[in-house]
Design a protein around this ligand. Structure first.
Ligand SMILES: N[C@@H](CCC(=O)N[C@@H](CS)C(=O)NCC(=O)O)C(=O)O
Length: 290
């Protein structure tokens, strides 16, 4: 292995050539002036159909399926590979320049919410749904929501980055993160051994935030790493992942702002419930993100 000796002071090498080099910067703030589009619905979501984005669209589709009309939303696509997360309007909603970001226009003063877990907690509290009322169950649910926010970066930014995106395969890095992700899969598998859902019998936001990462991984949909991580050996996790994946709202949520895979599964922008039938990529001329 090549030996790297860190210099006294780290300097930004703008010419690195990994997959996200063009958007990764060591500074925050906006790079250009551009307002965000606003649609007709009470909720405005600015996102991409990555696991973090899908957490929110699953919850919104579940809320609508329950009959909460106030959860109607416009989902605007933010092209993160083109740097749209650094536009002044987006930075105004999320100073951290990451999708997803939400604007709630239904209140007297509009409310901005960023961080996928915070958005999900905000919406479930607003509609009093998918978040247990009982204090003990609520604490359990919140614990798993925070678990997911703290754990998934090891899967995405750690394992996924070094296994699938880094310009070279670094054994030390892949090994370190594979070990941690396997540990996380085991945590979930043991937990789900005697439970239908993450918090027991009730389907909650904990399931909705964990599934897009760990459900997708266990179903072989992330990083082409199913065999490498032997995901099928986590039987209880697989059973849970399959059950969640079959929900109508989960299927719909996974299509919103999606820019990858089958055109019929990509609803790049969602401005109306009927868009699922009429505006998927196989039916419209789409916005190019690659
Ligand atoms: N902790 C954040 C993470 C969000 C995040 O990492 N978003 C990625 C896409 S999944 C993003 O916007 N990346 C663009 C960038 O890093 O510039 C959350 O859960 O909302």
């Amino acid at each position: 292995m090549a030996v790297y000796t860190p210099p006294k002071v780290w300097k930004w090498n703008e010419n690195t050539n990994h997959k996200f080099a063009s958007i990764n910067r060591p500074i925050s703030g906006s790079t250009h002036i551009k307002e965000l589009p606003v649609g007709k619905h009470p909720l405005q979501l600015y996102s991409v159909g990555t696991p973090n984005g899908v957490k929110v669209t699953i919850l919104l589709e579940e809320l609508l399926a329950l009959g909460h009309e106030g959860a109607e939303y416009n989902a605007h696509l933010i092209n993160i590979l083109q740097g749209e997360q650094f536009a002044s309007g987006f930075v105004g909603v999320n100073p951290n320049s990451k999708i997803p970001a939400l604007l709630d226009l239904s209140t007297e003063e509009s409310v901005r919410v960023f961080e996928s877990a915070a958005i999900v907690v905000y919406l479930s509290e607003k509609f009093n749904a998918f978040f247990p009322r009982d204090a003990k169950k609520r604490a359990e649910c919140l614990s798993w929501v925070f678990w997911s926010a703290g754990s998934a970066p090891f899967l995405g930014g750690g394992f996924g980055h070094f296994y699938a995106y880094a310009p070279m395969k670094i054994e030390y890095a892949i090994d370190r993160y594979a070990l941690e992700v396997k540990r996380q899969l085991d945590v979930l598998n043991r937990h789900l051994a005697d439970k239908r859902y993450m918090c027991g019998d009730e389907y909650t936001i904990a399931d909705m935030v964990i599934w897009p990462w760990y459900g997708a991984l266990s179903l072989g949909r992330l990083y082409g790493a199913a065999e490498f991580l032997d995901v099928s050996s986590y039987q209880h996790l697989t059973r849970w992942s399959v059950e969640i994946s079959e929900r109508r709202a989960v299927k719909r949520g996974a299509m919103v702002n999606n820019v990858f895979g089958k055109p019929s599964k990509q609803l790049r922008e969602r401005h109306d419930a009927s868009d699922f039938e009429h505006r998927t990529e196989d039916k419209v001329e789409g916005i190019k993100i690659e």
